[in-house]
Unconditional design. Structure first.
Lengths: 208, 356
């Protein structure tokens, strides 16, 4: 297994999500899920819209602060969306998204913005309902901290900043592979010193 | 079914070997010439390299559509052990049940047709009766009725079939690996990859994306027709005859890579060949992908002079990215040194098969 440290901004691997700026689209229901600096992606999208009031009249906005504490909920709260919800964390946000999805019809537009952890987990819930992949827009903003699954113990470590890092579940030293699973909403972490126990390269901060 | 296969080596004329792929590592090939040596020339680079999967030369791994060889029972015992340790190695997303029945039918038909002495399938409408003599299994069930089998159809047949298998759903112009079992894999995780599309699950492979290999392969596979399966080779190296080289258990088997010397290289280092075959399934329109693993020690490869010469040249000249990805970069020099003793520089004949 190769230890390969790739630049954070390079979508070097084909399983790595590709993100693009959010675009306003026509729809009856606009489900907008954001965290961290994703709030600014949402306001930028609305600024481009020539049917801004129409979108807001059918919008359900869910937001939580980013992993480093950035809280831009004020930017979204006052927009005048039909519904606005501020959750303290991603796990606290997801049950509401699941409930909203239960009533959502085809033609619903999804806008996900912010950290890869938020985007991945929200996308997973949306895809589980059978909505087409193409109805989901994603824009990465803010923190690049990663959600990583340990391939050995299967535990997920949130907000990984360094590479390698210690699995928060089993304690193995893992390097962060640029291989991403939409179903897990996580990158893959693989033991770095299996062949040479104890020989762990110095951790570098790759994700902020 | 359980772990307690009633395996007696003397049954079936002693055909099936009583051997292990772990701990004692007693696996070996009775005849290395049966091994599907994957190099048809003295160098290697990725290519789509697909050909029709039609019955081939007698006495080789290509003789039948599905090769049931002397390792069958031992491999099925090893698979049962892996699944008992880690049930996540076999997964099927909810919409893949029909494809599971499709592949069950494909396998039962092929085995009953090509190995009537070991397998039989009797059908009366949807009421089927399956006999697998080597594993001591007899099962009456209703085709397409899950409640009549002890496991879901995919897992049921996979516990009786060599090779890792994945089932690909086709939608949005690509293939989605929405079911799979892996207990003899070359370092990829079913649990992580299930649900990915064709380009996503191949993402970690170096060099090949840039060469357009996966774009071409996907285009080709989307045109795959029912009744016209195709095959190709892949290969890597494994220290000790370990079938299960999963990333999940890498901390257990990875250290074995550090145990090689010139003295034990011949016994320990194995060329690991995947004979991959692909089948379009009739009801689900899914594609079944069989990744059948064959292992042969360097020592046994050296019994075939053409193969030993060629393997030396392939390993020596392989691009460093590939040796790294395939996980043997740390041992490559030692492997080349060992193999060089069997390479006198003589030219090799084209094609895979031995000269004699």
């Amino acid at each position: 297994m190769k230890v390969e440290l790739t630049p954070v901004n390079a979508p070097s691997m084909r399983s790595r999500p590709v993100y693009a700026p959010l675009e306003p689209r026509p729809g009856k229901l606009h489900v907008i899920v954001a965290d961290d600096e994703g709030a600014e992606a949402v306001t930028d999208m609305l600024a481009k819209a020539n049917n801004r009031s129409e979108i807001l009249a059918g919008a359900h906005v869910m937001y939580c602060p980013g992993p480093t504490g950035t809280d831009l909920s004020g930017n979204l709260e006052g927009l005048g969306a039909a519904q606005f919800f501020r959750a303290p964390t991603i796990p606290a946000l997801l049950p509401r998204l699941v409930r909203v999805l239960a009533d959502a019809h085809m033609g619903t537009q999804f806008y996900l913005a912010g950290t890869e952890g938020l985007i991945g987990q929200a996308e997973r819930e949306i895809m589980a309902t059978g909505f087409p992949f193409a109805s989901i827009q994603k824009e990465h903003r803010g923190s690049t901290l990663r959600r990583v699954q340990c391939v050995h113990c299967k535990g997920i470590t949130e907000n990984v900043a360094t590479d390698p890092f210690k699995c928060s579940h089993c304690g193995l030293n893992l390097f962060v592979r640029d291989h991403y699973s939409r179903r897990m909403a996580a990158f893959q972490g693989v033991n770095i010193d299996a062949e040479d126990p104890g020989q762990v390269p110095e951790s570098v901060v790759r994700f902020k | 079914m359980s772990l307690d296969f009633k395996f007696a080596p003397d049954d079936f004329g002693g055909f099936f070997r009583d051997e292990t792929f772990r701990d004692t590592f007693t696996y070996r090939n009775s005849d290395p010439r049966r091994f599907p040596f994957p190099f048809d020339r003295d160098d290697y680079m990725y290519s789509v390299n697909m050909e029709p999967h039609v019955p081939g030369r007698k006495g080789t791994a290509f003789e039948h559509m599905l090769d049931v060889d002397e390792h069958y029972i031992a491999e099925m015992i090893d698979r049962a052990k892996v699944l008992a340790e880690d049930p996540l190695r076999c997964q099927s997303l909810p919409h893949m049940t029909l494809a599971g029945w499709d592949v069950l039918e494909l396998i039962m038909e092929a085995k009953a047709r090509d190995y009537p002495q070991w397998f039989s399938l009797t059908r009366d409408g949807n009421r089927w009766h399956w006999v697998n003599r080597p594993l001591g299994i007899e099962q009456s069930f209703t085709f397409l009725d899950e409640s009549t089998l002890p496991y879901p159809p995919f897992e049921y047949i996979m516990r009786q079939t060599q090779g890792d298998w994945t089932l690909q759903d086709e939608r949005d112009g690509t293939l989605w690996m929405d079911a799979g079992i892996a207990t003899s894999q070359a370092d990829w995780s079913v649990d992580f990859d299930v649900g990915m599309n064709f380009h996503e699950w191949h993402a970690p492979v170096p060099l090949a994306h840039e060469k357009g290999v996966f774009d071409r392969a996907l285009k080709f596979l989307l045109k795959l027709q029912h009744g016209a399966p195709v095959r190709r080779f892949n290969w890597t190296m494994t220290v000790n005859p370990l079938l299960d080289t999963a990333p999940e258990t890498y901390p257990k088997w990875g250290p074995m890579r550090t145990t090689l010397t010139q003295e034990n290289m011949g016994q320990k280092m194995h060329l690991r060949v995947e004979l991959q075959s692909l089948y379009r399934l009739p009801r689900s329109n899914a594609i079944a992908f069989d990744i059948r693993c064959y292992l042969c020690s360097f020592e046994q490869i050296a019994e075939v002079p053409k193969w030993a010469r060629r393997l030396h040249r392939v390993i020596r000249d392989l691009p460093v990215e590939l040796a790294t990805y395939k996980g043997f970069i740390r041992n490559r020099d030692a492997m080349v040194e060992w193999l060089s003793k069997y390479d006198d520089g003589a030219p090799t004949s084209p094609g895979w098969f031995p000269d004699d």
